[in-house]
Design a protein around this ligand. Structure first.
Ligand SMILES: [Zn+2]
Length: 667
């Protein structure tokens, strides 16, 4: 794959490369520029192929009356993802028509022409595409006579950390989705919607696809095979690897004793942070740059595939930033004011100071300038988060700075509106932006439907030529939030899809004969979610959700939703549909029990008051966990913990915190 300097394809280049199915007219693809000579090379082959395929314009019969003469061929040295793709294709044929199509090594293929070549087989390489000249993660669906070629960029970037591109898997899933009408509405077999057909006929194939965004990702549980398979089937991933994580988490442990001057001056005159992991730096100390570079170079030597090295501050976005004179001189007049805490998160001493974005952008630019000289083509990453989320007012990010924008929430309308405003501000300065929301954490796994807003915002940001999206959250609450995950994943693959079609697709494919009732359910759930969002309360995971949630999830609401779901269940005859509705019902049982915990804590002001409710919740969690049920991710403790913590504060506490925030509750 070509790995040159980042640039943009013009629509002409996309057309010349034959990158079809891209929304060329609406935005340019922000990927790496490719040299002209490879372009000419590609045009030659693409033209060759187009004329070839057109000459053989006859449909292919893959299965005829539940019989097939096809075999699936894989190359001898196929990477794991290619073998998985081949097996998944065979699995689907079996489900669709009962036909067993064997998966065999391409060297053992009998002399037949009914072959589906998966991955970069020799047969494919000998007459198909110069894949190496196409953008990373590109994949191809082609046919020639009865032969089918499904292959793509399957580069294994890092075997140890399972960093890989899975182009061939994308080609297989595109075939299944587009021509065999398969859908994967949630992870695991329960989410599969695979229509039966005794005869499968597809048109001749001649398609080249490149992911619309270089980064198009939801953080899934990579240790869970179902989740990994779902991500591949939904064609999510990163064509380019950018890291924007908290960059200084081990600094205090390493240098706190020997070089205290590297760390932020606190209000009490010391340079001791509230927590080592949340320690900030004194950015006017240039030794910071030296240390950062020495580890950045090591990292880039170790992981040549990585495009960015992060200089993002630690996860303490309102606490303990440096108060020394030189650092404060970096804060410009006119930056919005934020509230900062010293000596204790939320309970410490409050202090007003400008947003810290400008001082960080001065620092990040300092690093980017040198990095560009030493490692042209690599980026310094800055995560725009908490009090560093507003766009800088006096400095512009250099061209090799990539900004991870940690905005957007749908449990607070004010947060969403401000996110749009801040995003637009950043976008006026740079297009090298990756949207990185925490929204999938929000709501503590309670039932919510904000799928329409997710789709709207993917479309809104996509329209502005950014580098992509990566959603934190490791979401596995398929009963309470499955509709959000599904529609988001589909939009990341193709942001031109229409929300209404996706919504109908989800409801009809998921719930069949009960779809009308479930459409009603999700519409009501959307109205409910919007009422929470416009309540003006603080609703984030860390802040007032635990306090306010008992008001939203009262018995009337819970009973109303359960009634709709029980009505839907009566219409359902298919066992799978009943099981899926049960996931939603269970998410309300979880909501009821967590609500009871928070209500008891809120009433008494301490956690001990909720021991009985906690026990009821934990019993239920254990029962769900041991059954392997996917309604709510019961292993994830952070939500329960944060709800309990926040419910214990006095009335009005969180409202005040939110009113002081530059971006309410986006954390
Ligand atoms: Zn300082």
């Amino acid at each position: 794959m070509n790995n040159k300097m980042p640039g943009l394809f013009s629509s002409d280049e996309q057309r010349l490369w034959g990158i079809v199915n891209l929304p060329v007219s609406r935005w340019r693809l922000p990927v790496m520029a490719i040299h002209r000579y490879t372009t000419i090379f590609s045009i030659f082959f693409i033209n060759l192929f187009c004329s070839y395929a057109m000459a053989e314009d006859k449909p292919l019969t893959l299965v005829n009356d539940n019989k097939s003469s096809y075999v699936i061929a894989v190359p001898s040295n196929a990477p794991g993802s290619v073998m998985d793709a081949a097996n998944d294709l065979a699995y689907h044929f079996k489900k669709i028509s009962g036909v067993e199509i064997p998966v065999i090594n391409e060297q053992q293929i009998p002399k037949i022409d009914t072959v589906i070549y998966i991955g970069c087989c020799n047969a494919a390489a000998s007459g198909i595409y110069p894949l190496s000249s196409l953008p990373p993660a590109t994949y191809v669906l082609r046919s020639s006579g009865n032969k089918i070629y499904l292959y793509g960029d399957d580069t294994v970037l890092d075997d140890k950390y399972k960093v890989e591109r899975t182009g061939t898997y994308s080609a297989v899933s595109m075939l299944l989705e587009k021509y065999l009408k398969c859908r994967w509405l949630m992870s695991g077999e329960l989410g599969e919607s695979i229509p039966s057909q005794s005869t499968v006929i597809i048109p001749p194939l001649n398609e080249v696809h490149t992911p619309v965004f270089p980064v198009h990702n939801i953080w899934l549980d990579r240790t869970n095979p179902d989740e990994v398979k779902w991500a591949r089937r939904m064609r999510m991933g990163s064509s380019y690897i950018f890291d924007g994580g908290h960059a200084f988490e081990n600094w205090y442990d390493s240098y706190g004793k020997t070089k205290p001057e590297l760390f932020a001056l606190q209000k009490n005159g010391t340079r001791i942070p509230m927590t080592p992991k949340g320690a900030h730096q004194c950015l006017s100390n240039l030794e910071i740059d030296k240390i950062w570079f020495s580890s950045a170079y090591q990292l880039l030597n170790r992981r040549a595939y990585q495009y960015s090295v992060s200089a993002s501050f630690n996860d303490a976005g309102q606490e303990g930033f440096c108060l020394c004179k030189s650092c404060r001189n970096m804060d410009p007049q006119g930056a919005p004011a934020g509230t900062y805490y010293y000596g204790g998160t939320y309970h410490g001493e409050k202090f007003q100071m400008p947003a810290i974005t400008d001082r960080y952008m001065i620092f990040v630019n300092r690093l980017a300038d040198v990095l560009n000289y030493q490692w042209p083509g690599k980026f310094v990453a800055y995560t725009a988060y908490r009090n560093g989320i507003t766009p800088p007012v006096a400095v512009k990010p250099l061209s090799n700075v990539i900004v991870f924008f940690a905005g957007f929430s749908y449990v607070d309308e004010r947060c969403r509106n401000l996110s749009h405003k801040y995003f637009d501000g950043w976008r006026n300065l740079t297009e090298k932006i990756i949207i990185r929301p925490n929204i999938l954490h929000h709501g503590a796994a309670m039932p919510l439907n904000y799928s329409r807003k997710l789709a709207e915002d993917v479309n809104y940001c996509a329209d502005k030529n950014i580098y992509g999206f990566t959603y934190d959250g490791t979401p596995k609450n398929w009963g309470s939030g499955g509709i959000n995950y599904y529609i988001l994943a589909r939009m990341l693959d193709n942001p031109q899809l229409q929300y209404k079609e996706l919504f109908d697709e989800y409801c009809w494919r998921m719930y069949g004969e009960a779809a009308s009732d479930m459409i009603h359910y999700y519409k009501e759930l959307e109205l409910f979610t919007n009422r929470i969002a416009s309540s003006g309360n603080s609703n984030g995971i860390q802040t007032g959700w635990g306090w306010h949630m008992p008001e939203y999830y009262n018995d009337n609401e819970i009973n109303k939703f359960c009634e709709i779901l029980n009505g839907a269940k009566k219409c359902a005859r298919d066992g799978k549909v009943i099981e899926r509705i049960d996931l939603c019902l269970m998410s309300w049982e979880y909501a009821r029990r967590l609500r009871d915990v928070c209500a008891a804590i809120r009433k008494n002001g301490n956690k001990d008051a909720a021991k009985g409710e906690m026990r009821r919740l934990d019993e239920w969690r254990s029962m769900i966990a041991s059954s392997g049920n996917k309604a709510v991710d019961t292993k994830r403790d952070v939500w329960r913990w944060s709800c309990m913590r926040t419910a214990a504060e006095p009335s009005g506490f969180w409202e005040q915190i939110e009113n002081d925030s530059l971006l309410p509750q986006e954390y």
